[in-house]
Design a protein around this ligand. Structure first.
Ligand SMILES: C[S@@+](CC[C@H](N)C(=O)[O-])C[C@H]1O[C@@H](n2cnc3c(N)ncnc32)[C@H](O)[C@@H]1O
Length: 172
């Protein structure tokens, strides 16, 4: 359904050379070294098998090709793992948000070279169901401040840093 909708939108906007496919990130149905570049945005933290997905991305990229990864990151002073406990309350397949260092280390371990990076912000707005209220009430204010957590009426709003990194895939 999303594929058809996206394909129609691309056509309406005059993009004739865009194709949409749905695949599991651990089994991408393309030959080795098929791609000059991949963006992996806001999806890594949904992956239950990050290493397998990373190996698959490495497989389909050409040597030294570009991989851009963008994902929310856990604040380094968040020693309560608040961001993961918070996101786990959403039924959207959240698995794990890494720290910025942890995220880069994952790719370094697979010989991807970080070439450029910058930090942006993503805002999460949540309906303040009881589980959120309990989590927020049980979290020290200094941890909540790391994410600028605010409660307005029946909504909780928090800001997370997003790490955007341009990697080079391993050279052959
Ligand atoms: C928050 S959305 C981000 C969508 C898009 N990449 C973007 O930047 O707007 C998370 C995406 O991760 C995808 N996803 C989660 N687990 C996946 C998996 N195992 N393999 C492939 N995609 C997955 C979901 O289908 C969803 O499209």
């Amino acid at each position: 359904m999303a594929v058809l909708r996206n394909q129609a939108t691309a056509g309406e906007q005059g993009y004739a050379n865009v194709e949409f496919l749905v695949a599991d990130g651990c089994t991408i149905d393309f030959l080795d070294a098929s791609f000059d570049g991949i963006t992996w945005r806001y999806a890594l933290h949904h992956s239950a098998q990050v290493e397998a997905a990373l190996a698959e991305v490495g497989r389909v990229l050409r040597p030294a090709a570009v991989l851009v990864v963008a994902d929310a990151v856990r604040h380094p002073e968040d020693d309560r793992d608040f961001i993961n406990r918070c996101q786990a309350l959403e039924p959207d397949g959240h698995v794990r948000i890494y720290t910025a260092n942890g995220l880069v280390d994952l790719f370094w371990a697979s010989d991807f070279e970080a070439q450029q990076q910058f930090v942006s912000t993503i805002t999460f707005t949540r309906s303040l169901k009881a589980a959120y209220r309990d989590l927020i009430d049980g979290t020290p204010p200094e941890i909540l401040d790391l994410y600028g957590v605010t409660i307005t009426g029946d909504r909780a709003v928090l800001d997370s840093d997003v790490l955007n990194v341009k990697f080079a895939a391993p050279a052959d």
